[in-house]
Design a protein around this ligand. Structure first.
Ligand code: MG
Ligand code: ZN
Length: 214
């Protein structure tokens, strides 16, 4: 009983900070995206492949969340994209306070789009609002087609589901219909787009959707 109370207090506090973050993004005219996935699904690859396809007038910056290291942030910075790395020191998700601490270090007045790469985890990142406008969930074919059934909270929270590494779907016997049925059970109208960050397949459809919905 007491434990539940504590968790709820933390979540509502997080939501208040998320609301402040949302106001700061809105005031700067920045659209924020929370990219969530398990480790290795291709969150960083998605950010890089998306950046390469954005029109010139849509400037991007990135917040990278990881337990440790700045490996992903360095890949982003190599492309000339402003990036802030958050190391959670073992924490398995980003929260709104972490984003609040990153915002002053980003050139919000010069950009239109903020992509936040959450910590690789299909469980609790879905429970922590960050103040971003849209949740993108990246699944991938090597993980298997049963993930929507096993991690319903994550797929329920998605505004769009991308299935990365779709060029390898035959290798991994990935059943798109089974996967899609699992997603639709939770989230009937969410778009599901198979992509490959490696080959570029599906990327134009994703970027067109993003530009239309941001
Ligand atoms: Mg990454
Ligand atoms: Zn967590």
């Amino acid at each position: 009983m007491r434990k539940v109370d504590v968790i709820q207090a933390i979540l509502s506090d997080n939501n208040a900070v998320a609301e402040e973050n949302r106001k700061a993004l809105d005031a700067a005219g920045v659209f924020g995206i929370n990219v969530m996935a398990s480790p290795g699904a291709g969150k960083t690859s998605l950010i890089l492949a998306t950046a390469a396809r954005l029109p010139d007038e849509t400037k991007l910056c990135v917040v990278e969340g990881d337990l440790a290291s700045s490996i992903d942030a360095e890949l982003i910075a190599e492309q000339g994209i402003p990036v802030v790395q958050i190391n959670t020191g073992g924490g398995c998700h980003l929260d709104a306070a972490m984003i609040r601490s990153a915002l002053p270090r980003l050139p919000l007045d010069e950009i239109q789009l903020l992509m936040v790469e959450n910590v690789g985890n299909l469980v609790c990142p879905a429970n922590f609002l960050l103040g971003t406008h849209l949740n993108v969930v990246v699944a991938s074919t090597p993980e298997g087609h049963d993930k929507p059934f096993k991690y319903p909270g994550m797929f329920n929270a998605a505004r769009i589901v991308l299935i990365n590494k779709f060029d390898l779907s035959e290798v991994f016997d990935f059943d798109l219909e089974y996967f899609s049925n699992g997603v639709r059970m939770l989230n009937p109208d969410v778009p599901i787009i198979p992509i490959s960050c490696r080959t570029g397949a599906g990327m134009d459809a994703w970027v067109a959707w993003l530009l239309k919905n941001s």
